[in-house]
Design a protein around this ligand. Structure first.
Ligand SMILES: C[S@@+](CC[C@H](N)C(=O)[O-])C[C@H]1O[C@@H](n2cnc3c(N)ncnc32)[C@H](O)[C@@H]1O
Length: 340
């Protein structure tokens, strides 16, 4: 292996110059023998570097160096030499960590490396189960198929978000940790005493987080029996100041039979929430706040839909945000609107 022999007194200065030019082979250990230090080189030195160092008392050598036994610190470290750094970055961006479960996307061309990637993810994240996304989120209950790749095949877990705990099964219910900031933003807007409808509640991340901090009354509705089962557990699992009523029902049916008058309605079903806008707005008190979500490439589409559904009632837009990317050029948009 290629190395540089340097007298001890000059070793530090030469090491700094080599570092500056990324010429040290960091996988090998620097050696000290008698009055000399031997630095493993990543490549041959050019004349410019040799001149900068000063040639008089150093020489290049061919010798054995010990390999560093450093433990890998990143997914890149684990997969180095097997998968290109760009592909690893793509996989990393797709990571969703929900409690002890990791869900990741592995492109088809890496099919034969999938177990190796999953094993690396298991070691890197120190979670218990690794699943691969097997489909897009689909259907009424908004779940996806998952392929178990490493660790335990245990899809039920407890996820903690801003201090709230959520028991859920990633195979049976929708849950996205990427909405944590959005939920926290909504929690901060709520005041004690409000009556709230969380129309597509899932396992209750909006409802439970709000009720942990505020003395409110929340009607948390979902059509998926598993979501309502976990919502009930989550009401038990968290110390709530407010009251959450879990309701297993279709949103439209619920709104039309209960005819509540709410201060705030949350509509996080971005693909089809627009179908329920008329009924939801009818259940909002004068001056009530609507948190409406829609997949869109612009803000105008969801805003004009809200205005149309409000009819003769005045609408003031409080805020509009790209909550997360859903596909190239399209976002999960969030609109906050006051309906007067
Ligand atoms: C995108 S998830 C949102 C869950 C939750 N709000 C969250 O932030 O994690 C939408 C939820 O709406 C529920 N859903 C779909 N259609 C429904 C309907 N017609 N009535 C009530 N719930 C419905 C699904 O079961 C799913 O749990």
């Amino acid at each position: 292996m290629l190395g540089l022999e340097i007298p001890k007194r000059r070793a530090d200065q030469v090491r700094k110059t080599l570092l500056k030019h990324s010429l040290i082979n960091n996988e090998l250990k620097i050696k000290r023998l008698g009055d000399y230090v031997y630095i493993p080189l990543a490549s041959k030195l050019g004349m410019d570097v040799l001149e900068e160092i000063g040639l008089e008392d150093i020489k290049t050598v061919d010798m054995e160096f010990e390999i560093h036994k450093k433990s890998p610190r990143s997914l890149k470290d684990y997969l180095k030499g097997h998968i290109s750094p760009q592909k690893i970055d793509e996989i990393k961006k797709s990571f969703d960590i929900i409690g002890d479960v990791v869900i990741l996307e592995i492109p088809r061309e890496l099919e034969s490396e999938k177990y190796q990637i999953a094993d690396a993810a298991l070691k890197f994240t120190r979670r218990k189960a690794i699943y691969r996304k097997g489909s897009e989120i689909k259907g009424v209950i908004r779940t996806r198929s998952l392929e178990h790749l490493a660790g335990e095949d245990q899809s039920e877990t407890i996820h903690t978000e801003y201090g709230s705990k959520f028991l859920l099964d990633v195979r049976k219910v929708y849950f996205s940790p990427r909405l944590a900031t959005e939920r926290e933003r909504i929690v901060k807007q709520v005041k004690d005493g409000e009556v709230i409808i969380d129309l597509f509640t899932g396992v209750g991340p909006f409802s439970v987080s709000i009720a942990r901090h505020r003395k409110v009354e929340i009607y948390a509705v979902d059509i998926n029996p598993d979501a309502i089962y976990y919502l009930k557990s989550n009401i038990e699992l968290n110390k709530l100041q407010g009251e959450v009523h879990p309701i297993l029902d279709d949103a439209e049916k619920f709104l039309n039979t209960r005819k509540l008058e709410a201060n705030r309605i949350i509509m996080n079903l971005p693909g089809t929430a627009c179908k329920y806008l008329d009924d939801a707005i009818s259940s909002l008190k004068e001056g009530g706040v609507l948190h409406y979500y829609e997949f869109s490439s612009d803000f105008e589409t969801p805003v004009s839909r809200i205005k149309q559904a409000a009819g003769t009632r005045k609408v003031s837009i409080l805020g509009e945000r790209k909550v997360k990317s859903s596909s190239p050029g399209r976002w999960h948009m969030g609109i906050d609107a006051v309906i007067h």
